[in-house]
Design a protein around this ligand. Structure first.
Ligand code: HEM
Length: 183
C-alpha cells in the first residue's frame, strides 16, 4: 500500500478518466489487509514511524468492523435507496422495477470496499464501476442528487466525526469520478 488515492486526488474534468477508480483500495489503516494485520502486532512507537514520514495509525485496520459492520452498511443503503425511490431524476435511471437488487449490489460493493465480506467480487467479479455506469447517463445533476441522498444516509448513521469524514470523502470523490456525460 503506497497511500495511492488517500490524498491529493483531484476531481476529474467531465468526461475524463478519473485519477482514482472508485474501487481503489481505501487509505492505509482503514481496511483490512495482511500487511495491516501484521503491522498491528508492532509496538505503538513502531506503528507511527513504520511508514515513510508520518503514517496513519494502523490500529484501525478494519473500517468495516469499526463502524458497526453489516448493520451499519444495511442502514446506509436502506436510507440511500429511500431517497432514490422518491427522486424524479434518479428513479427513472434504474432499469428494474424493484430497487431491491440494485440496493443489494451497492451494499455488497461497499462492504467489500471497506474490508467486509468479499461477496461482491464472488458474484460480480471486478467492480469496474465506471465502466458499469456507462450505459447510464450520469451528468452533474444526477451526481448531485446521488450525493444529496447519500449525504442524508451518512448523516443517519451517527458515526464518529473521523469515520464520517472518511466515508464521505470517498463517496464524494467516487461520485465525481462516475460522471460520464454533461447535463
Ligand atoms: C454519481 C451518481 C451515480 C448514479 C446516477 C448511479 C446510478 C447507478 C445505476 C442507474 C445503476 C444500475 C442499477 C443496478 O442495476 O445495479 C448503478 C449501479 C451501481 N452503482 Fe451507481 N450511480 C452513481 C454513483 C455510484 C457510486 C459513487 C458508487 C460507488 C461508490 C456506485 C456504485 C454502484 C454499484 C456497486 C452498482 C452495481 C454494479 C454492478 O452491476 O455490479 N454508484 N448505479
Amino acid at each position: 500500500m503506497t497511500g495511492e488515492g488517500s490524498s491529493g486526488a483531484q476531481r476529474p474534468s467531465t468526461g475524463g478518466e478519473p485519477p482514482v477508480p472508485a474501487e481503489a483500495a481505501p487509505p492505509a489503516g482503514t481496511a483490512s489487509s495482511p500487511s495491516a494485520g501484521a503491522r498491528s502486532a508492532l509496538p505503538v512507537e513502531r506503528l507511527v514511524t513504520a511508514g515513510q514520514g508520518f503514517s496513519q495509525p494502523q490500529y484501525t485496520d478494519n473500517f468495516y468492523e469499526t463502524v458497526g459492520g453489516h448493520a451499519t452498511f444495511v442502514k446506509l443503503v436502506d436510507a440511500f435507496y429511500d431517497g432514490v425511490a422518491n427522486d424524479d431524476v434518479l428513479r427513472p435511471m434504474y432499469p428494474e422495477q424493484d430497487l431491491g437488487p440494485a440496493k443489494e449490489r451497492l451494499l455488497l460493493f461497499l462492504e467489500q470496499y471497506w474490508g467486509g465480506p468479499k461477496t461482491y467480487g464472488e458474484q460480480r467479479g471486478h467492480p469496474r464501476l465506471r465502466m458499469r455506469h456507462m450505459p447510464f447517463r450520469v451528468g452533474p445533476q444526477a451526481r448531485d442528487h446521488w450525493l444529496q441522498h447519500m449525504r442524508a444516509a451518512v448523516d443517519s448513521l451517527g458515526l464518529a466525526p473521523l469515520h464520517e469524514a472518511t466515508l464521505w470523502d470517498y463517496l464524494d470523490r467516487a461520485a465525481h469520478s462516475m460522471v460520464n456525460a454533461a447535463d
